[in-house]
Design a protein around this ligand. Sequence first.
Ligand code: GYE
Length: 329
Amino acid sequence: MLKRISALVLAGLTALAVTSCGSGSGGTTSASSGGGDSTVTMGFSQVGAESGWRTANTKSVQESAKTAGITLKFSDAQQKQENQIKAIRSFIQQRVDVIAFSPVVESGWDPVLKEAQNAKIPVILTDRAVDSKDTTLYKTFLGSDFIEEGKKAGQWLVEEYKDSTDKVNIVELQGTTGSAPANDRKAGFQEVIGADTKFQIVATQTGDFTRAKGKEVMEAFLKSTPDIDVLYAHNDDMGLGAIEAIEGAGKVPGKDIKIITVDAVKDGMQALADGKINFIVECSPLLGPQLMDLAKKVVKGEEVPARVVTEETTFTQDQAKQALPSRQY
Ligand code: GYE
């Protein structure tokens, strides 16, 4: 009997020792800083590498982690929710200190977020939102206001056609189906142009935020839809793919078909400066530094704002020419 009790006590002590040593850095050896502060380990699940925006975002997260002295476990989901769920489960298993992720779509996250909550690992939503009713499942959401971006796109169009009463035929290349930026950029745009019936979205389809799909879908639009006046693409990459399709069909992008995109990555800005795109709504991918700040705070148990919105602007062709030389991404 006594033997059994002492075995239990021993087992308890061992468990205590295991949980109290290290800060849950799992398989990696995390260096301690001089002050005795153990290094924060972050598990980050990225959407993929679908666009120039995403590449710049990944770079920003990786570089900022290094600068902030945060050990980063980075996982690329190749645009698949199931891969992100697997990555998050593996971060939980490895007992990272904080999980950050950019949810590919808005729905279906509650079970895995609950698992993280039960394991007492704080979660930070980066770039994209989830539609979970239970907002205690994550600490904060850092990223752009995509509805606002859609509205800005719509406002430019309204201004551009303010002196005309003719019908304006618009085709729309949507981002990844079910993703926050696709849902919100569509909704914001629609809200603004919906006030005037001369604006008609005559065709709309997803181009999955990629150049290849943007080109393919635009080719189909050009065949099926006569008299396209305007293309609204939810990101630069799809717009750039569409430009190839428009040129391939013997039309002049920026003139025969006016083009509005979102992001303002270098290639997009170049096309804008060259007159092939007419207006770009900026969406900043440089979320790394703010993310690392927030991560350190939530790991320490400090209060953080529930929503941190990125500051952004818009660019006309002239503004793009000026901004291009100093553009970071
Ligand atoms: O606009 C697009 C990327 O979530 C804001 O994802 C991001 C979007 C961005 O693929 O280019």
